[in-house]
Design a protein around this ligand. Structure first.
Ligand code: ATP
Ligand code: MG
Length: 403
């Protein structure tokens, strides 16, 4: 689960990571009030108005702007950003509607650094990455000059040690800004580690982590993702969730107890079991990738799906305008093939299916299942093997005959 910058900054503050003074605004009026308060409290002249969407790259897309002309300018910028359909490299071409703003104190930046923490699956440790090249181009740095990113791995038994934090601090040349800058950075590292573990993060990123003109370390941006598997011990997450930012179909799937991930392709997949679902996506790509055929979703209906869930799953798949055909690939173990076949037929009839449908069934009661499909009067193509099914679905989407 992702949260917004302002929510993550609130958590930073709780753990003692310095952040600028700021406040949220859902309207232009609120933005002006917050800007006035900030200018009053800081005695400064600069505020920053920031779009709160879950996708990154906001600054480049015009969603982060400095207001130098007091609260009036903050108000004008707020009205601009609130009217935006913000397009960034992470939102996709349709962009994301801006509904919330964060207005904060503008700081004088001496250096912009990058500091991020993730769970590293290879070492099974929390990895901290830091770079002198913070700011809005970090993806480019990672791609073109990866040597500029330094990484340390934290031993879960020992925890973050002082020397590891200092190693990164010196790697970032922070001693040049003074001893107290190094000390502040070490404190931020240790706080970030505590936070990461206690709040069950899967990612926590500060880009940029700045050194101010006075040599202080401040987190200017915050990106935090929680590990959904830990939701049971974080009842507070429910309040932090912003469903406007989530894929509506994925949300619906979650509520129906289905594992669904929307993808970019054109073949809707309805499969039981995560392993089979991934293998199905692989074989579609393997057979049809060079002809522009690819999975439109990952969907695991689970081991014990019933007719109702199959219907729901079908509906979800069909909500995507990209879906040009559907591939049902089911292994009937706990779930019997005839039940699935009945579910598929009922769903197809109810929804008035207009795209080609390929069904591959295997396992318990497979003959009965195939009979139900054959007698349904619907145009359903059946397949005997996965490869056969993949060939048929690719032919259905890309044209041509089955190889
Ligand atoms: N409070 C602030 N004071 C001064 N400059 C700021 C402030 N907040 C942001 N900036 C400037 O704006 C740039 C972009 O801000 P920020 O990192 O929050 O957004 P972003 O990186 O574009 O968004 P995302 O993290 O979603 O990709 C920063 O690198 C920094 O130069
Ligand atoms: Mg940023």
């Amino acid at each position: 689960m992702k949260i917004h910058e302002y929510q993550a900054k609130r958590i930073f503050a709780k753990y003692g990571i310095p952040v600028p003074i700021g406040g949220t605004a859902f309207s232009v009026d609120e933005a002006e009030v917050v800007a006035k308060r900030i200018l009053h409290e800081t005695g400064g002249t600069l505020t920053v108005v920031k779009a709160q969407i879950h996708a990154g790259g906001r600054g480049k897309g015009g969603g982060v702007k400095l207001a130098k002309g007091g609260a009036d300018e903050a108000r004008r910028i707020a009205s601009e950003i609130l009217a935006m359909q913000l397009i960034t490299h992470q939102t996709g071409p349709e962009g994301q509607k801006v509904r919330r703003l964060y207005v904060e104190q503008g700081l004088e930046i001496a250096r912009e650094l990058y500091l991020g923490a993730v769970v590293d699956r290879d070492t099974r440790r929390i990895a901290f990455m830091a770079s002198t090249e913070g700011g809005v181009e970090i993806e480019k740095v990672a791609e073109e000059t990866p040597e500029k990113i330094q990484t340390i791995f934290v031993d879960p038994i020992v925890g973050m040690t002082g020397y590891q934090a200092r190693q990164l601090a010196y790697g970032l040349d922070l001693q040049k800004s003074g001893k107290q800058t190094v000390a502040q950075f070490v404190k931020v590292m240790s706080a970030l580690y505590q936070l990461f573990v206690k709040e069950d993060c899967s990612l926590c990123e500060i880009n940029p982590l700045i050194v101010t003109k006075t040599g202080d370390i401040v987190a200017l941006d915050a990106k935090m993702t929680f590990d959904d598997n830990a939701a049971f011990r974080h009842p507070e997450w429910a309040d932090e969730r912003d469903t406007d930012e989530e894929d509506p179909v994925e949300l619906e799937a979650q509520n129906a107890g289905l594992n669904y991930v929307a993808l970019d392709g054109n073949v809707g997949c309805l499969v039981n079991g995560a392993g089979l679902a991934m293998a199905t996506m692989d074989i579609i790509k393997a057979v049809g990738g060079d002809r522009g055929v690819a999975p439109a979703n990952f969907l695991d209906v689970g081991g014990g799906a019933n007719q109702e869930q199959v219907t729901k799953a079908f509906k979800m798949i069909l909500r995507s305008p990209r879906v040009k055909a559907i591939f049902v690939n089911i292994f009937g173990g706990i779930m019997k093939c005839d039940v699935i076949a009945a579910g598929v037929v009922a769903a197809a009839k109810e929804l008035g299916l207009k795209v080609p449908l390929v069904v591959r069934l295997e396992g318990t009661n497979v003959a009965l299942g195939k009979e139900i499909l054959a007698k349904s009067g619907l145009h359903i193509m059946t397949a005997d093997t996965m490869k056969d099914g993949a060939d048929k679905i690719v032919a259905a989407v890309a044209g041509g005959s089955v190889k």
